[in-house]
Design a protein around this ligand. Sequence first.
Ligand code: TEU
Ligand code: CA
Length: 557
Amino acid sequence: MKADKWWKDKVIYQIYPKSFKDSNGDGIGDLRGIIEKLDYLKDLGVDILWLSPCFQSPFADQGYDISDYYAIAEQFGTMQDLQELIDESRQKGMDIILDLVINHCSDEHEWFQKACQDPDGRYGKYFYIKDKRADGRCPTNWRSYFGGSVWSELPGHPDKLYLHVFHKKQPDLNWENPEVRKELYKMICWWLDKGIAGFRIDAIRNIRKPKVFEDYAADGEDGLCNIERMIEHAHGIGEFLTEMRLKTFDRYNAFTVAEVSGDVTEDLTSYVGQEGYFSSIFDFREIELSYSEDIRLHCPKITAEDYKEACFTSQYAFSQCGTPVNVIENHDGPRAVNRFIPRGEICPESKKMLGALYYFMKGIPCIYQGQELGMENPGFHSPDEFQDVASIYSYQYSLQQGLSPAEAMKVTEAMSRDNSRTPMPWDNRAFGGFSTVSPWIKTTDDYTERNVAAEQRDENSVLCFYKKMAALRRDARYKKTLVEGSFTPKWKTKKNLMAYVRKADKEILVVGNYKNEPDRIVMEAPYTTVLLNNYAEDPEDKIEIRLKPYQLLIMEI
Ligand code: TEU
Ligand code: CA
């Protein structure tokens, strides 16, 4: 068994298997493709590879709708391929974690199929199946995450409805039923026995439902309310999460990082404290700056000050109780640079600054595939280019709200989850060397210049900068400070500048000049060494430091 908290000095890399590397020329990324690229990942300096779902699925929500928890999606390969991936990663000193999607399964899962055959039988109790109200209305007016009611008619039973907080092909599992929990725990242990190191845990806050199913105040023309209201009315999720931890993860000393939506600052100790439900949770405060309850029609500009405040708030909250996983992008939204850097100012310097500011905060950095290349949103020109259910819905909903097709396109594109799902560009061959045929989703236009091979050759590339960050984090001289050191904001009131000090046996200052103009800082004492700089020359003066636009400096002080 691994040492206690073995994961705390690691770096996570998220792989979206469908878009990482296609090994057999069908336009779809696969497990053998990942195996081919293990040396690349090792060289990047990452330790834990999180694979988005690779299980059998009809792919209504790109694999987040699982029809068999014990089988690998055919497009992705075989169980043997996965075992090889686990073993080969291990040999190279990396660990695999899988995506645990247990709030819901697919409507094509055997359990749901049996529930449809006999809603009053054993499997009917695996889901939330209810009768329509006397007047034909749904039991509640909750709006699903992807839009529309959370209730759909149970196939073959016009009088019955089943609950799905996501897509209708993702029926929610009934966690109140002990048999469901037992089945899920069995499955979790089965995977841990295969030698994976843990899980990223999907949408977990949704597993607890309110005791009473009732309407809440409508917040849209559709008469429905945001699904967040449901979560606010559901209490006692800890019962389930503690039970799961004791029956599964604890027995393997597994690493778990949960996707916990909404603000749980008040409850953080229960989630990530010494006896917490999980090893860690993602800090989404920065990413969530883009969401408004207004059904994601808006993608407000996030300023440097907003970003900084979100980071400092989270760092303070976690400092009291546990370790966050820090993220700036994932498979559920636009690329970080498009989100956090003003248009027109997206350049290698600003990309590196953004990368380093989050990477060196306290916590475990998580890199999403392509982030290390400084990948940008691909630009979608027509609604036909969207593959994601959420984007397809958002476009239609925007039209219903009276937006013109051009406006609907604009708002959907800004937040589309497809932005980050484009194929990983490996070199300048057709389709970026991702595949030999046209991939399942469009490729970024700039892949001839922005690709792994080109960035490996250029020592000033974003990719090489990410490698330098990894090298610094694991440098024996600084590791203790960068992993365990305290976090203290510096020059907090200075506008459009984000700085903090990490302190343990050493003291390290991280400064990002978060704007397209120069600035100046005055140190209390001369710095000793520059550890990282996104410009070629180090500052001339060691006290009065002139910062260039978007300059990032890490100094030992
Ligand atoms: O996402 C959970 C979630 O809350 C999403 O609705 C998120 O807010 C949205 O994707 C942002 O547009 C997880 C997965 O990360 C996502 O890919 C899945 O679609 C979802 O669960 C259902 O499994
Ligand atoms: Ca393939």
